[in-house]
Design a protein around this ligand. Structure first.
Ligand SMILES: Cc1cc2nc3c(=O)[nH]c(=O)nc-3n(C[C@H](O)[C@H](O)[C@H](O)COP(=O)(O)O)c2cc1C
Length: 184
């Protein structure tokens, strides 16, 4: 398990190759086994590929142009996260009306589900990155509206998935747990 956790990496460059339906379904199935408070199973998944992904390109482009009107190069490079990704899965978390604690717990559960998907992706030979910023559009309304999520859902992750262009070999060093742990 530790080996698998150490090996998991954010993959951002993909081959122009479709992800098979069976593998997409395995990712989604893996997510549903995540721990979740009171079995609220607070996740919803929105799968974007082919035509819907093409339509999302325009939404992402409009957002970036509005956000960075004087930086066309940045807009162009940021767009690659959409145009060169064969599969995007947007994951939302359910809001529990009038209960901030439960709403937050739902986000913890959805985060766990996303981590399960990340590890499952690696096991299937796929690469994945969880995006929130930029074209991840988690902190904006554009993607929420595009996928048709309800007001009772919060976006948690925009997962860009595909076959890795090349294996990510650079190591991302972690701070030893001893520096992050208080033995109370
Ligand atoms: C909540 C969350 C949001 C993230 N948002 C982005 C993002 O918007 N863009 C991006 O390129 N990577 C994003 N990442 C990926 C991180 O940058 C990446 O996990 C981190 O650099 C550590 O690298 P590793 O995953 O390869 O260990 C996000 C990761 C998490 C958990």
């Amino acid at each position: 398990m530790l080996e698998a956790l150490k090996k998991r990496r954010a993959v951002r460059q993909f081959l122009p190759k479709e992800v098979e339906q069976e593998k997409i379904e395995q990712l989604l199935e893996a997510a549903t086994y995540a721990p979740n408070d009171r079995m609220r199973e607070p996740w919803q998944f929105y799968v974007l590929q082919g035509n819907s992904l093409k339509r999302f390109e325009q939404v992402a482009f409009n957002y970036l142009q509005q956000r960075f009107p004087t930086k066309p190069n940045l807009v162009e490079s940021s767009m690659q996260a959409v145009t060169k990704t064969p599969l995007i899965i947007v994951v939302t978390s359910a809001v529990v009306e009038g209960d901030e604690g439960a709403t937050l717990d739902n986000k913890f559960a959805v985060s766990s589900a996303i981590m399960s998907m990340w590890l499952m992706a690696e096991a299937l030979g796929l690469g994945m990155v969880w995006r929130t910023r930029g074209v991840g559009l988690v902190h904006d309304t554009a993607l929420h509206e595009f996928i048709g999520a309800t007001d009772s859902e919060h976006l948690v992750g925009t997962l860009c998935i595909g076959y890795p262009e090349e294996p990510v070999t650079t190591e991302k060093k972690r701070t030893p747990f001893s520096e992050k742990t208080t033995w109370v």
